[in-house]
Design a binder for this molecule. Structure first.
Ligand SMILES: [Zn+2]
Length: 391
């Protein structure tokens, strides 16, 4: 949908390596799943998408694309597939919402979304690329248990002004009070034929309305960039989110991030937005990196990985540190107050969760693996994170 203003872009791009301090390391379990990404599937699906023609709301081409996407999920084995109809001046269209239920947090959702409507052309890059990427992720994640639930959402009406995503936020997210961990938006990631396509733009929330979700978006976007560099051969740039389906979520205070090609196609919204003008090998790499990120976001409490302390007025100490057996935990709890204490391992997995009602506590950690952990301590809205070494 969007076009970047080059000057602004140059000023806002920062190199990830300069501030990314939350690095995960390569996870071979994720890597094995990522290695099953199929370049052939991607190429075949892009061709199918292109052959439907110009997919504007109200056209048979869009209805055909909708049927194709829906039946793809059915054929894969997904059963929770919802069509959400909405009507406006261009006609009636459907958002396609597929839900995969999480094992630990079934009611908290990672949303991976992209629009499938196009404008003035077949839209093979904008946004056949995102459509095909999401379907390939869904294929590879089908039998992988994830702690969080995932919603794969194919929005319509994006090109007419984010109509479908606005409708979804107003008619599903808000009334159902949907608990969203993160929104990952994929729009125009196909690259440009003839150019060196080796970089992907990771988009973070820099909006002031509201700005309360920006810090978490920054963390998530750094994690996204990190995963892409771990699970693909691409480099990353950080820029700002704008003019795509994550914006209605942003307006509602959700944590968002997104992907957008670094070499921008000159063919968007025209008849030449076709496969011959894009770079399917680039899309293949973007898909691998995004899958690594999806596995990461769906498995771990990435917010707990940040080492900043939110509120220092909580008194909290633990000793000895390093610890071998018994960890003494002290906190200044008022009457009726209780605290939660979590240990997060280096891969971001929560391995221990306790509730404390007294100020002095003893915890036997001798059965835990040796290593570095993050101890996350919360009382009310206050949170302190400290490093703990078990040896
Ligand atoms: Zn688009």
């Amino acid at each position: 949908m969007k076009q970047t203003y080059l000057i602004t872009k140059l000023f806002t791009i920062l190199l990830v390596s300069s501030f990314n301090t939350y690095s995960q390391t390569y996870n071979p379990y994720f890597g094995n799943i990522v290695n099953n990404t199929s370049a052939t599937n991607i190429l075949t699906d892009l061709t199918t998408f292109e052959n439907f023609g110009v997919k504007e709301v109200g056209t048979t081409a869009l209805a055909n694309a909708e049927n194709w996407i829906t039946s793809r999920y059915t054929d894969l084995g997904y059963s929770d597939i919802e069509l959400q109809p909405f009507t406006y001046s261009s006609g009636t269209s459907n958002n396609i919402v597929i839900t995969k239920t999480g094992t630990t947090y079934p009611n908290t959702f990672l949303i991976i979304d992209g629009h499938y409507d196009t404008k003035n052309g077949p839209g093979t890059n904008d946004n056949g690329s995102g459509t095909v990427l999401i379907m390939e992720l869904a294929r590879l994640l089908l039998d992988i248990p994830t702690e969080y639930s995932i919603k794969f959402i194919h929005f319509s009406g994006e090109e007419d002004g984010l109509i479908g995503s606005n409708y979804y936020v107003n008619n599903t997210v808000i009334p159902e009070n949907l608990d969203i961990k993160l929104v990952l938006n994929i729009d125009e990631v196909g690259g440009v034929n003839g150019m060196t396509n080796n970089t992907i733009v990771c988009e973070r929330d820099q909006s002031n309305s509201p700005s309360t979700n920006n810090a978490a978006s920054n963390i998530a976007t750094n994690e996204l960039a990190n995963c892409i560099e771990l699970y693909s051969n691409l480099s990353t740039e950080i820029s700002y989110a704008y003019a795509s389906d994550y914006m209605p979520f942003e307006d509602n205070g959700e944590i968002i991030t997104g992907l957008y090609e670094s070499n921008e196609t000159p063919y968007a919204h025209g008849p030449n937005d076709i496969l011959a003008n894009m770079d399917p090998t680039y899309l293949f790499e973007v898909t691998k990196g995004t899958l690594g990120a999806a596995l990461f976001f769906a498995q771990v409490d990435f917010n707990a990985l940040q080492t900043e302390s939110y509120n220092i007025d909580v008194t909290f100490s633990m000793y000895p540190n390093p610890v071998q057996e018994n960890l003494n935990i002290y906190m200044d709890l008022k009457d009726q107050e209780y605290a939660t204490f979590k240990l997060i391992d280096i891969l971001g997995k929560q391995i221990l969760h306790k509730t404390f009602k007294t100020s002095s506590n003893k915890l036997d950690v001798s059965n835990l693996n040796k290593g570095i952990y993050l101890a996350v301590f919360e009382v009310g809205n206050s949170k302190v994170t400290k490093k703990l070494v078990i040896n």
